[in-house]
Design a binder for this molecule. Structure first.
Ligand SMILES: Nc1ncnc2c1ncn2[C@@H]1O[C@H](COP(=O)(O)OP(=O)(O)O)[C@@H](O)[C@H]1O
Ligand SMILES: [Mg+2]
Length: 391
């Protein structure tokens, strides 16, 4: 007997028990055993397939049940949006990029949330998940009480169309259509209004963003700020629960950016809910809640940046900001001097005369600096809303 087959495998033993024959005869594996083995393996594969099918059915059922349960919760929800332990990992070739690493966040109706953070910190990823443009690797997102983190592509498309408005850095308007037609696009998809109703609603929205007189212009005939206004009007076409904005002022000069932010603030005061992400500090001045993002995590709510900042970095930044404050004051004095004789000055006009990099890096709110100037100089002036009133 050859050494090779002196040991019987468990399968051989099973064969011998089942058939009463020998699996090895004169040191050779018998043909009959080989045939039996093949048959057995085929049978096993079949059973495995059946098992897997059953498993996936059970899994599908479970998911369906879970979604149903979440829908139930949706009837009576506490927060407009709840984000729970959100993770997103992208695969770049064989490298895993952890873009989000456990984000928790709640947003209520009427909030204007701004998430600030450096490039690559995960802002767009977070916004895309909240906007239903992508699904998370782990964690949950509830929109109006409904868990949207594991819906099918079709279900997500419905949610995007009906509940979410999008505004991007580069407007994304259709170039061959007029402003009015661009705003009408989402109305076509929802199909709730007559043609006349759609036109009227689109016109109302353009009026809301102060662009009704430009309704029949195409994007190339509009300035960047105007195009962004059209994009904002379009975002509101289907009365979304929330409007998400990715770097809404990213492509605009500071003056136009502030105009857009003023518009957003007005809309917010009228009840619109916003979540914006940006690395433009100006956005945070208009937001009601500010978060900071770094390395895929939300650090804290507040307007001071950088939890991981070293002391030296912090000192340098503070010094720079103080310096900017002084520069800012000089610009304000200059502007006030040229405006002598006026009874009131728009605060946005003063702001627009100060270089962007100064405005973006101030140690305090612009209006507080203005207040300080008034106080220090005993000026007969006061801030009233958007105006500086001079007596
Ligand atoms: N589709 C993608 N595939 C692979 N990596 C991505 C993808 N999108 C973003 N990332 C990576 O995820 C991280 C976060 O990106 P992003 O959310 O775009 O940040 P931000 O908007 O703050 O600049 C970055 O490291 C980026 O390179
Ligand atoms: Mg981004």
């Amino acid at each position: 007997m050859s050494e090779k087959f002196s040991m019987k495998t468990p399968l051989m033993e099973e064969y011998e028990e089942e058939t009463g024959r020998l699996a090895i005869w004169k040191g050779q594996i018998t043909k009959d055993f080989q045939k039996w083995k093949k048959k057995k393996e085929k049978q096993q594969r079949k059973e495995l397939k059946k098992e897997k099918l059953l498993e996936s059915k059970v899994e599908k059922e479970r998911k369906k049940r879970e979604i149903e349960e979440d829908k139930e919760v949706g009837k009576d929800y506490e927060h407009l949006i709840v984000v729970e332990n959100l993770h997103k990992t992208y695969l770049l070739g064989t490298t895993a990029v952890a873009a989000l690493r456990g984000v928790d966040l709640t947003i209520d109706k009427g909030d204007f949330v701004d998430i600030m953070g450096p490039s690559g910190s995960g802002k767009t990823t977070l916004l895309n998940l909240i906007g239903g443009l992508d699904t998370p690797t782990r964690g949950k997102i509830f929109l109006e009480g409904r868990n949207i983190s594991m819906l099918s592509d079709n279900e997500l498309a419905d949610i995007r169309r009906e509940r979410i408005g999008f505004v991007f850095q580069f407007y994304n308007l259709l170039p061959q259509m007029t402003a009015l037609e661009n705003v009408m696009v989402p109305l076509h998809f929802s199909g709730k209004l007559s043609r006349r109703g759609k036109r009227k609603k689109a016109m109302d929205l353009l009026r809301l963003v102060g662009l009704d007189e430009r309704a029949h212009h195409t994007p190339s005939e509009l300035s960047g700020g105007e195009q962004q206004r059209v994009a904002i009007a379009r975002a509101f076409a289907n009365d979304p629960a929330i409007c998400v904005l990715d770097e809404p002022t990213g492509d605009l000069d500071s003056k136009t950016g502030v105009m857009i932010l003023n518009l957003l603030r007005d809309l917010n005061k009228k009840g619109a809910t916003f979540i914006a992400v940006s690395h433009d500090a100006a956005v945070s001045e208009f937001a009601t809640r500010v978060f900071h993002m770094r390395d895929g995590k939300l650090t804290h709510e507040g307007k001071i940046s950088g939890l991981k900042e070293t002391e030296i970095m912090e000192l340098t930044r503070k010094k720079e900001m103080e310096l900017n404050k002084e520069k800012c004051k000089t610009h304000i004095y200059k502007y006030l001097f040229t405006s002598q004789g006026k009874n009131e000055i728009k605060i946005s006009d003063i702001r627009s005369h100060i270089p962007r990099d100064i405005i973006l890096n101030l140690p305090e709110h612009f209006n507080d600096i203005l207040e300080e100037i008034i106080e220090d100089n005993n000026l007969k002036a006061k801030i009233q809303g958007e105006l500086l009133i001079l007596q």
